[in-house]
Ligand binder design. Structure first.
Ligand code: NAP
Length: 285
């Protein structure tokens, strides 16, 4: 495993396992148990994924010391005030059945992020969270949060895949010493990413699949990856990316695949903000 040194002195694995869209308790528990067996130690859940309890149970019953794991969860918008964030942190810890989380993120850049961030800072001070960070924040929002707070985010988890490479945002975060973590590294399979010919040709040279080429390309950009799958063979495939290195030419070929747009939705788009986040935010009034 490769690790990245976070700006708060903690160390984070560069490759982990995401559990978005696995709300069924038994399926999530099985997926995490299989992933632990394959060798994953970084797990990425969220209050909104409704599977913190399943993730916690698999880890707690694994027989492997808690200190070997790196557990990330995220606060949802309906808890984005100072008081509610404190309760949200307790909820996550209770569902995970853990004394601390390794990383806790503000899931989205809306609502009272400053009040919520203050609660995260306090939880970090008291040892309930080792590292605190954000997700889906644009550079200007990160800069504003940095200027308003005493603790800088350690991580920003954002969408990065060959279809949406986000070079400017990635460069900004890395210059600020904020680790970039890619969500949807496979763009959830959109535009036939697993059979794309350009990626397949590169993969042939190394005896690797499209998925493995994508993960390697991200790792070589110093970006943490958290691919999701419920299939054990794919977990193994996605984990097997540390025995080859893409050449500079291959890195450049992949850089040309950029479609320069989110494969899901634009976080600046007021229509998307209203339809996806509106009800959670209105509940805070
Ligand atoms: P993803 O990892 O890009 O893609 C997952 C999809 O790819 C699933 O349909 C999976 O299918 C398939 N897959 C995985 N490995 C494969 C392989 N080797 N060959 C073929 N198909 C494969 O998408 P994601 O789950 O959206 O993103 C990853 C993680 O990022 C999430 O689980 C979550 O932890 C995090 N995330 C965070 C945010 C945020 O706002 N912060 C948003 C989205 C995601 P099967 O499961 O059927 O194998």
């Amino acid at each position: 495993m490769e690790y990245i040194n976070l700006n708060d002195g903690n160390k984070m694995p560069m490759l982990g396992f995401g559990v978005f869209q696995v709300p069924d308790f038994k399926q999530a528990r099985q997926a995490v148990t299989d992933a632990i067996d394959v060798g994953y130690r970084l797990f990425d859940t969220a209050a909104a994924y409704q599977n913190e309890a399943a993730v916690g149970e698999s880890i707690n019953k694994s027989g492997i010391d808690r200190s070997e794991f790196f557990v990330t969860s995220k606060l949802w918008l309906d808890h984005f005030t100072y008081e509610k964030a404190k309760a949200g942190i307790e909820d996550s810890l209770r569902k995970l059945n853990m004394d601390y989380m390794d990383l806790y993120l503000l899931h989205q850049p809306y609502g009272d992020v400053y009040g919520a961030w203050r609660a995260l800072e306090e939880a970090q001070k008291s040892g309930k969270i080792k590292s605190i960070g954000v997700s889906n924040f644009y550079p200007d929002q990160v800069k504003n949060l940095e200027l308003m707070s005493s603790v800088k985010p350690a991580v920003n988890q954002i969408e990065v895949s060959p279809w949406f490479q986000q070079n400017d945002d990635v460069n900004f975060m890395q210059k600020e010493d904020i680790a970039v973590e890619a969500w949807a590294p496979f763009a959830e399979g959109k535009h036939d990413i697993f059979t794309n010919e350009t990626l397949a040709k590169i993969g042939e040279k190394y005896g690797k699949s499209n998925g493995q080429v994508i993960l390697r390309w991200l790792l070589q950009r110093e970006i943490i990856v958290i691919p999701k799958t419920v299939h054990k063979a794919r977990m193994q495939e996605n984990f097997d990316v540390f025995d080859f290195k893409l050449s500079q030419d291959d890195m450049e070929t992949i850089s040309k695949l950029d479609r320069h747009e989110s494969q899901f939705f634009d976080h600046h788009d007021p229509v998307a903000i209203e339809s996806i986040f509106g009800s959670s935010l209105r509940a805070l009034r």
